[in-house]
Design a protein. Sequence first.
Length: 234
Amino acid sequence: MGGELYAIGVGPGDPELLTLKGCRLLQRSSCIVACRSKGEERSLALSIANPYLDRSWQQIVVLEVPMGRGGSVTFWEQVADSLEERLGRGERVAFITLGHPLFYGSFLHLLQVLQSRGFNFPLEVIPGISSWGAASAAAQLPLVQGGERMAILPGAVEADEFRGLLKEFQVVILLKVNHGVGRMVRELQGEGLPFRGTLVVRCGLEGERILSDQESWERNLDDYLSLLILERGR
């Protein structure tokens, strides 16, 4: 009997935000695969899933992903080879990611490799709560309604593109922000664009902070696990 592969989004940080289906499939998997970036001491996704795992029989595999846009194709080819070997032995394998597996996640790189080689094993993708959804809930901040529009993009955005987005969308969410964002926000406010920002840092984790005062959030744009929600005047 062939194995099964599950791509499970474990959510943004709080283990209680893991879905019931994700938890059930985690607990039936003999192998749990998680990623950490090179230089990191642990996998955050694994720490979120840890309360639901039984290490007495489940094998934990932590991949150290090379630096640079999620790792090389060669790296993910090797990961795919290893997973297909396990699946060929009939194992159930859970590949866990932060947030949602198909939204800026490491699983996207693996999925591209699997699809390119004609993957023949059952694959199920279990959606997870995304960071921006959890941040909106934590801050009790409504996002969009009716005909309003919202854009979500990485924090590394050019000023001209940023200006256009703020004119076109009622809400712009920047992921993994940096100090350059604060400078661009001030410049655009000087041009008369009316909007306000809310910074959510380490949502669902120890040290979570929600900052709506601009001076405060501009001083806290240095945490990788942060996002900025910008609302145009309504």
